[in-house]
Design a binder for this molecule. Structure first.
Ligand code: SF4
Ligand code: SF4
Length: 157
């Protein structure tokens, strides 16, 4: 039986090998697979992303969220944002402060762009992000299912 470590290594190698696939053929299929898998994924029954990884936020996310809450961006940042030593900004709550007890996002329509795009499995840059894709597949069941499906459609020798 394949070990978890072996499985992880196999996925890492696969994701790195995807660069050799014809991108003009690969990207439309990737988008189809993303739609298919998310079409049958119940994110409200999962919420693993919102409960475990604080999303990056941009200045524009902060302005929009602050306006929604009726507070100044500076106040929003003080209450809800962390800045690391590289100046990277993330929301500060894990699980996320805006996640409700029924797993709905209380700011869904204006959520940060990073939340809207997660797990980035329908983006043209997918093949250039092997490490990120592997990390996302470990956390997000939909990203993992997408990766498994890609391995069936585009087996690499
Ligand atoms: S971890 Fe993936 S499947 Fe789960 S809620 Fe987030 S996007 Fe949906
Ligand atoms: S802002 Fe909404 S979508 Fe983003 S992590 Fe928080 S609860 Fe989840």
């Amino acid at each position: 039986m394949e070990t978890d470590a072996g499985n992880l290594q196999q996925k890492r190698m696969y994701l790195q090998g995807l660069r050799q696939v014809n991108q003009a053929k690969f990207i439309p299929v990737l988008k189809e697979v993303h739609e298919e898998i998310f079409g049958r994924t119940d994110c409200l029954a999962c919420a693993r992303c919102c409960t475990s990884i604080p999303p990056l936020v941009t200045r524009s996310d902060i302005k929009r969220l602050a306006a929604h809450l009726g507070i100044a961006p500076k106040i929003f940042q003080k209450r809800y944002v962390l800045e690391d030593i590289n100046g990277e900004l993330t929301l500060n709550g894990v699980p996320c402060t805006f996640l409700q007890s029924d797993n709905q996002c209380s700011v869904y329509d204006i959520r940060p762009e990073a939340c809207r795009r997660y797990p980035h499995t329908d983006e043209d840059e997918y093949v250039r992000r092997a490490s990120l894709n592997l990390a996302n597949a470990q956390l997000c069941p939909a990203a993992d299912a997408i990766l498994n499906r890609l391995q069936q459609i585009f087996p690499l020798s």
